[in-house]
Design a protein around this ligand. Structure first.
Ligand code: DOR
Ligand code: ZN
Length: 473
């Protein structure tokens, strides 16, 4: 489908204030055939140019390298009714994101060459933005990792134990004990790719849940009370220990507690090759949201105490946290509603990719973080970690023309009804949030895919599956 869509042959971003690692600069950015080909200090004379030129005046806006969301659960193959690649990437674009990294807890999981190809085939005709893919890694498919590593995946993902009781645990994505973990990491170490982990100690959680049920515990607090901070810390320590033993490169997904962030800070200081992702809900929403909204605010790891929410911020600026993702995890409304009376019956996950950048821009306006550091965390470092830099993640001649154009002055109110995700019904908990700072437009390889509140659906199939970890010139 739509394989003929080519990026606009030529576009100019006029009057741009654009991000560079040395600070924001002013210029006029010329894009040809999807790449940045020139950056002019003065706008050149365009008379006599015969190619079509799209002139986009971005005066008073900021131009960032297109944002990457390192943690997205599109539900294909398996459950397209929850989110398919079309709706998922439309939502990404509306959130200012030009590349998503697709998580592998689908049905089937991409755990060998044929299941990986199945996911890629499902995605290809439907993508509106670009996509990198994590392969599933579990004890049972450890012998497939070498072959999978040749396929341009961004890395491996393992759930220390599958954490979501409402989705049946697929086989090839878990390890069940320390020994399995070490054997698996020994296999991924040989590939040189990074191995990412969902860190929660499921054994401990299961015991706490059983005890809570025995006491007749009810109420929405059940969810976070049975997943205390220690359940994350213990799992993180296990992964760090196994990484030290095997020499594997590891990444900790959605770190939600100060204790885990501190453990990672220390491990980095001691020379371990570990990266740290934080998902934005853990930076903004505390467990009182779970008390109020129950299943709609249920995710894993859970929303945490105010002390954790506030305590994670210093780790953004000291370099412990490498990048910020969303953990966009759509579910059917009927499934979520099952948890209204008994929270443990609801599946975990919040569908909020469209809120990631707006929340961070609002934080920039509140001076909780600088625009420069936010840009590194959302638009640069993820590409470095996924082996896509410098093709993506910079505004420089020769790079892909991916841009997130933002308006830091705009004030607006969030409304879930306007979302692109299929799971918009699940995002009503955020209705009424007053935000200062907005995504104005999203450009993927020179193609204006989102502007003035509209996604260009005509370009379905334009998004590419990215080949990560190539040897760049
Ligand atoms: O809340 C979550 N939902 N956490 C996860 O790790 C998985 C995700 C999902 O796939 O629904
Ligand atoms: Zn996730």
């Amino acid at each position: 489908m739509n394989e003929n869509i080519q990026p606009n042959q030529q576009i100019f971003l006029k009057n741009a204030s654009y991000y560079t690692p040395d600070g924001f600069k002013s210029g006029n950015i010329l894009v040809e055939n999807g790449k940045i080909t020139e950056i002019y200090t003065e706008m050149p004379d365009l008379t006599g140019i015969d190619q079509p030129v799209l002139l986009y005046d971005v005066k008073d806006k900021k131009v960032l390298p297109g944002a990457i969301d390192t943690h997205v659960h599109v539900r294909e193959p398996g459950w397209p009714e929850r989110e398919d690649f079309f709706s998922g990437t439309a939502a990404a674009l509306a959130g200012g994101i030009t590349t998503i990294c697709q998580m592998p807890n689908t049905q089937p999981t991409p755990h060998d060459l044929s299941s990986l190809a199945e996911m890629q085939q499902a995605a290809k005709p439907k993508l509106l933005c670009d996509m990198a893919v994590y392969a599933a890694a579990g004890y049972d498919n450890r012998e497939q990792l070498a072959a999978l590593a040749q396929e341009g995946i961004c890395g491996f993902k393992t759930f220390l134990q599958f954490s979501n009781s409402n989705i049946k645990a697929p086989k090839y994505i878990t390890v069940h004990n320390r020994q399995e973990l070490e054997e698996l990491l020994a296999a991924s170490a040989k590939t040189g790719l990074r191995h990412f982990f969902h860190c929660e100690d499921y054994d401990l959680i299961t015991r706490l849940e059983a005890a809570a049920h025995q006491c007749g515990a009810e109420g929405y607090a059940f969810h976070y009370q049975t997943r205390p901070d220690s359940t994350e810390l213990k799992a993180v320590q296990q992964v760090l220990h196994a990484a030290r033993k095997t020499g594997a490169k590891v990444g900790i997904a959605h770190v939600s507690t100060v204790a885990a962030a501190e453990a990672i800070r220390q491990a980095k200081a001691n020379g371990l090759d570990v990266t740290c992702e934080v998902c934005f809900h853990h930076l903004f929403f505390d467990d009182s949201w779970l008390d109020r909204f129950g299943p709609w605010a249920k995710c894993n790891p859970p929303l945490r105490s105010t002390a954790n929410v506030a305590g994670l911020w210093p780790y953004l600026s000291d370099g412990t946290v490498d990048y910020i993702g969303s953990d966009h995890a759509p579910h059917l409304t009927e499934a979520k509603e099952q948890g209204k009376e008994q929270i443990w019956l609801a599946p975990s996950g919040i569908a909020h990719i469209e809120l990631l950048l707006p929340m961070l821009l609002n934080a920039v306006n509140e001076q909780k973080i600088t625009l420069e550091r936010m840009t590194e965390l959302c638009c640069v470092n993820g590409y470095k970690q996924m082996g896509l830099y410098p093709q993506k993640g910079q505004i420089a001649i020769g790079a892909d023309a991916d841009f997130t154009i933002i308006d830091l002055t705009k004030e607006w109110q969030f409304s879930a009804d306007k979302l692109q995700t299929k799971a918009r019904q699940n995002a009503h908990l955020f209705d009424g949030l007053q935000l200062h700072g907005a995504v104005e437009a999203t450009i993927v390889r020179g193609q204006l895919q989102y502007a003035a509140g509209r996604v260009d659906y005509q370009t379905v199939g334009y998004g590419q599956i990215l080949n990560c970890h190539q040897k760049w010139e």
